[in-house]
Write a protein that binds this ligand. Structure first.
Ligand SMILES: *Cc1c(COP(=O)(O)O)cnc(C)c1O
Length: 340
């Protein structure tokens, strides 16, 4: 059976570096959306709690309910249907229109658009949001924003920081005026946290760094982290491929001499993005994925019972012209996650 191994030591190593940079474990909210970037929602929740993390960020209430025993603070980024609300959750407010739908007495973090122009209200609408929420007796427990390119070499990061400074000032003024307590203020994802020289916000929302990845080919001086996930596959069948014979759909790999070839039980149906004749990929042990990946299996020049398909997805991300996030997120929930 194919399986995903979760390396606890590496996860703790990353969380330790992240907590140090943030100032303490209390200032880290681990981002667990989309099955913890494919690593396993409950597995990563349990381990994060064991490490001492108390805050988490998820996509919707369904996921928040699954992990509510592990955290005392859960921010839900993108829920649209609020009947399943529990009072340990904090809901992100993504637009002014949403205020009508959010139940009274719930906790809300107002998302402010500081330049990404995806979700969030404009800076000019902050007071309107505070008033609308207060009138409905909704607790404003946070105000936050998101960076559009903290991991890119451009001025956007500084520009959005400036804009969020204005947001902070404005929030202070509004809270004084309306006699409201000051909410938590937060703007940093992984890359932003490590780019900030003097991080002093209430917490950071850390996803990809938790799992061991940060862009390392840019001059940001990011710390070296350790990938947490590895994908393993089991052998299904071995055969000798005679010189001149081809393997798999389209017969796109042809043996130049007699060779032993085995199929392993992982394919694009499991979310392992399809490699084909245009991409040469070698496993960490140097075995080559031969020809095209099938839905439920792939062929390798190995006879080992089990093969590590990857233990660092950066190579695959480059091959597929995508980001590490997509490679790990794509792996289906039905693959067994095992903590080592
Ligand atoms: C996904 C997400 C994060 C985490 O980003 P990373 O780059 O993985 O650290 C933080 N904040 C918001 C709003 C997000 O959607």
């Amino acid at each position: 059976m194919a399986k995903i191994l979760i390396n606890k030591e590496n996860l703790f190593y990353n969380l330790n570096i992240i907590s140090q940079k943030a100032g303490s474990k209390d200032k880290v909210a681990v981002v667990l959306k989309d099955n913890a970037y494919g690593h396993g929602l409950v597995e990563i929740a349990k381990l994060s709690k064991e490490f001492g993390i108390k805050k988490a960020v998820v996509r919707d209430f369904k996921d928040a309910h699954k992990i509510k025993d592990y955290f005392n603070y859960i921010l839900v980024l993108a829920e649209q249907d609020f009947h399943n609300y529990s009072h340990t959750f904090h809901i992100a407010l993504n637009s002014l229109e949403q205020i009508d739908k959010i139940p009274s007495n719930s906790n809300v973090h107002i998302k402010v658009d500081t330049g990404m122009h995806r979700n969030g209200i404009s800076i000019d609408d902050l007071e309107k949001a505070f008033l609308g929420l207060s009138q409905k007796k909704i607790n404003i427990t946070g105000v936050f924003t998101h960076h559009k390119g903290a991991d890119e070499l451009s001025t956007n990061f500084f520009w959005q920081n400036e804009n969020f400074s204005l947001v902070k000032k404005s929030v202070k003024d509004i809270c004084e005026k309306l006699f409201l307590p000051l909410p938590n203020l937060h703007s940093c994802n992984s890359a932003a946290l490590f780019r900030k020289i003097d991080f002093d916000e209430d917490f950071a929302r850390v996803g990809i760094a938790t799992y061991g990845y940060l862009e390392d080919d840019l001059p940001f001086n990011f710390p070296k982290l350790k990938p947490v996930m590895s994908l393993w596959a089991s052998k299904m069948a071995t055969r000798t491929l005679k010189k001149g014979q081809s393997v798999g759909y389209g017969g796109k790999f042809t043996a130049l001499e007699d060779m032993e070839v085995s199929t392993y039980d992982v394919g694009y149906g499991d979310g392992f993005l399809r490699l084909n004749e245009n991409h040469c990929y070698k496993t960490p042990k140097g075995f080559q994925v031969l020809g095209r990946v099938s839905m439920d299996n792939l062929s390798i020049n190995s006879t080992d019972k089990e093969v590590c398909i990857f233990d660092d997805v950066r190579t695959l991300a480059k091959i597929h012209n995508t980001i590490t996030y997509e490679i790990t997120c794509s792996l289906k929930e039905n693959i067994k996650r095992e903590i080592i």
